[in-house]
Design a protein around this ligand. Structure first.
Ligand SMILES: O=C(O)CCC(=O)C(=O)O
Ligand SMILES: [Fe+2]
Length: 253
């Protein structure tokens, strides 16, 4: 397929059922997806995204699709930009701390489709296996009335993230875990659609600019609690996680 995500240098485009495997213990994720990244409203391309440089791909002959998707994308980006100062304040940092690290929105958005799973339960076949997201935080729209998303609580118990009409779910991701040396913990989550009907969701993963180094904040490091993570750029980090997620299905395309 022309738009297959494996053909894109920066993981944009279409993911088939089982094309992704977020939890390596599983057999592949039972969803289809379509991924986009930043696209300037003027159509100008961006060449300074390091490891994640590249264009979106769009289906031809689908009138209105691109405009509708980008309209939501740019609104979700605006919401995300307004959340960074809140996270900064929660970390006792100046509220502008992330401003110069988020000048070029580094955000991937996915349109996800989950068929309903019927028949015998195979615990290694889930809509999306247990994982943490790769960026700072995720803004997730999920369809009303269909229970599928679960989060792992501090006691190691899966709890339903029940869709609440008119609300979005915000999950912490691994870039924030790295910035904060695990003071902010990434939310482990998964989705299993046994509702009997198909389900759609739209996560937007918002990280710091792809050329910014993910370096533990001084306030989150001490002699007793040294930095846990190797320093890499946000772009290198996201790309390495995406490569791992799609590695198993790479040769099929
Ligand atoms: O569909 C959902 O509710 C979750 C999607 C998700 O976790 C992801 O794409 O990373
Ligand atoms: Fe996720």
């Amino acid at each position: 397929m022309e738009l297959d995500i494996h053909k894109s240098s920066n993981f944009k485009g279409y993911t088939a059922l089982l094309g992704e495997n977020t939890n390596p213990e599983n057999r592949g994720d039972l969803h289809e997806g379509f991924d986009i990244g930043w696209e300037d409203p003027t159509g100008a391309s961006r060449a300074d995204d390091g490891a994640m440089t590249g264009q979106n791909v769009w289906p031809r002959n689908m009138s209105g699709f691109k405009a509708a998707v980008l309209e939501y994308y740019h609104s979700a980006i605006q919401l995300g930009q307004s959340l960074f100062p809140l996270f900064a304040l929660a970390l006792d940092l100046p509220e502008t701390f992330f401003d110069d690290k988020t000048t070029k929105p580094a955000a991937i958005m996915r349109l996800l489709y989950y068929p309903s799973q019927t028949g015998p339960i195979d615990n290694r076949l889930q809509g999306i296996g247990a994982h943490t997201d790769y960026e700072c935080f995720t803004i997730l729209w999920q369809q009303d009335d269909i229970q599928a998303l679960q989060v792992l609580n501090a006691n190691g118990k899966w709890v339903n993230a029940v869709p609440i009409p008119g609300t979005l779910v915000v999950n912490l991701g691994d870039q924030f875990a790295r910035w904060t040396n695990d003071v902010f913990k990434s939310t482990v989550h998964r989705a299993i659609n046994r509702s009997g009907v198909e389900r759609y969701s739209i996560p937007l993963f918002f990280g710091t600019d792809y050329d910014v180094k993910l370096e533990a904040l001084p306030s989150c490091v001490s002699d007793d609690y040294p930095a846990q993570y190797e320093v890499v750029t946000a772009g290198e980090y996201v790309k390495s996680r995406l490569e791992a997620t799609y590695a198993h299905s790479k040769t099929e395309h």
